[in-house]
Design a protein around this ligand. Structure first.
Ligand SMILES: [Zn+2]
Length: 501
């Protein structure tokens, strides 16, 4: 229905909030927002901005936007957290943070969350308005955050917020997650609905963070059969991964018939990642992006994990070029971040480690057959079942209609707000274009858009709370007075521990 003509060039919007790469999770923490600045500098250094239709600097998400998914007391908690009051806040609301080591409190934390979430929300909104065909936000993709809890380096789940927006326009949204960690926060949010199908490819051995995402977790209620998990083992190589990805996604898309796709491109599934254990090259990772793009559906592309920052920047730059249909030379452009690439100045360095591929032909075939089996249950169902929305979603849609109505009125009354989605002030304080530092080149940006069709122009690791003796469900909060097992994201470095709560 919303399929875009396969031969017309797709318009691509790119979202980057100035300053989003300046936050710091703290000494030694694997999550480094700085990778976003490095990525952006390579994108511009390669001149890809000249092929991007609209290069946008979004406004931060508002509190009420965050509350379309997150509980208001949790958003309130996040908004008040500072490095100074952290002990008191954690004493009062410690249940809202899975691990203070994985999810530390740093200066500007809430602003950071609002920035990456604002970008994903705007991206979804523009896709919904059909203002673009592809929307890229490498600053988003924080898939572990829960309705009422921070987890695995993620505080606000921008993906859920974006999908909620897409559901206003699109009947069925397909979420695909190629981060090495299970996309538990997104799966959980839409576990009971058949309007969102989540498909996560990840490492699973029952121990690796977040400990969920086994083959048989398939959704529940109306959402039964609308969550798919592809659990993989260490060392998976390019050929096995890409073959599996295509073998799963082709029938999934044919059966579910999504009207829009959200692709989380966590780069910790690359070889040589600081926390990951797969053996993928950047080309193979990008091949998944190319394959999804080939279906010519409205597409939101997000970042996610990725802890060897130079490779994250290479990967997302390459994937930007894939989405734009532009070929890049292997030699990296010179930028202000050259020091990150002293060892290898190529876009595609060898990333294969000497790690044995523990995925056998038989184990992969078992997964593929299992997914095919599950799809038989889904076949033909969504169009009928969609008429009954789950209670939560129904209420959310009603609230959203109301909020939207108010927003429209406000905008009519106050013409200044018309620019809210493009944040003209952040790029052009006095009506002039503002120079954005780009490394090798200084690029002058007009405040709103580049011309259409512009040719010339995880600290020690995340933890997961699992009730003793049972499989974790990814839910936030554990009843007090029980003993819980805490799992960290980089569990390979630290033993899981038990704590009294
Ligand atoms: Zn990850």
């Amino acid at each position: 229905m919303y399929r875009i003509g396969p031969h017309s060039r797709r318009s691509v919007d790119y979202f980057f909030t100035k300053g989003v790469g300046d936050y710091h999770y703290g000494e030694g923490h694997p999550m480094k927002p700085h990778r976003l600045s490095i990525t952006n500098s390579l994108v511009i250094g390669y001149g890809l901005h000249e092929h991007i239709d609209n290069f946008l600097c979004p406004q931060p998400a508002t509190v009420s936007q965050l509350e379309t998914f997150h509980d208001s007391d949790y958003v309130d908690f996040l908004s008040k957290l500072t490095p100074r009051n952290v002990e008191e806040m954690f004493r009062l609301h410690g249940d809202m943070v899975n691990s203070s080591e994985d999810c530390p409190v740093f200066t500007g934390l809430f602003e950071f969350c609002k920035q990456y979430a604002g970008a994903s929300i705007l991206a979804a909104r523009r896709l919904g308005e059909e203002s673009c065909d592809v929307a890229i936000n490498w600053t988003g993709g924080l898939h572990h955050a829960k309705k009422r809890g921070a987890s695995g380096f993620c505080y606000v789940n921008d993906i859920v917020l974006a999908i909620q927006h897409l559901l206003r326009k699109y009947a069925r949204v397909l979420y695909i997650d190629i981060d090495i960690h299970h996309g538990d926060g997104v799966e959980e949010a839409f576990y009971n609905t058949n309007r969102v199908l989540t498909v996560s490819f990840h490492k699973y051995n029952g121990e690796f963070f977040p400990g969920t995402g086994k083959l048989d977790d398939n959704g529940s209620g109306l959402g039964k059969h609308f969550a798919l998990n592809v659990p993989l083992k260490d060392g998976i190589d390019d050929e096995s991964y890409v073959t599996m990805f295509r073998a799963v996604m082709e029938p999934v898309i044919a059966t579910f018939r999504p009207s829009a796709i959200v692709l989380q491109c966590g780069a910790d599934s690359l070889g040589c990642d600081r926390l990951g254990a797969f053996n993928l090259s950047i080309k193979a990772h990008g091949e998944c992006v190319r394959f999804v793009k080939s279906f010519h559906l409205p597409l939101l592309v997000l970042g996610g994990g990725g802890y060897t920052v130079s490779n994250v920047a290479r990967c997302w730059t390459y994937e930007t070029s894939v989405l734009l249909g532009v070929q890049l030379p292997n030699q990296l452009p010179s930028t202000k971040y050259d020091r990150y690439f002293l060892n290898d100045r190529r876009l595609h360095p060898p990333l294969v480690r000497n790690v044995e591929n523990q995925n056998t032909r038989q184990s992969l075939e078992k997964i593929r057959i299992s997914v095919r089996e599950k799809l038989r249950y889904m076949d033909g169902a969504p169009s009928v079942q969609m008429q009954v929305l789950p209670p939560d979603l129904t209420r959310w849609l009603e609230d959203e209609e109301e909020r939207e109505g108010e927003g429209e009125r406000e905008r009519e009354d106050n013409p200044k707000m018309l620019g809210e989605w493009y944040d003209p002030e952040s790029f052009a304080p006095s009506g002039e274009g503002k120079t954005l530092e780009t490394g090798s080149a200084s690029v002058m940006y007009e405040p709103v858009v580049l011309p259409k069709r512009g040719k010339a122009r995880k600290a020690g690791g995340r933890k997961k709370v699992v009730e003793e003796g049972e499989e974790g469900t990814g839910g936030s909060g554990t009843p007090r007075g029980k003993r819980r097992v805490v799992r960290r994201k980089s569990g390979k470095r630290k033993e899981d521990e038990e704590v009294d709560i």
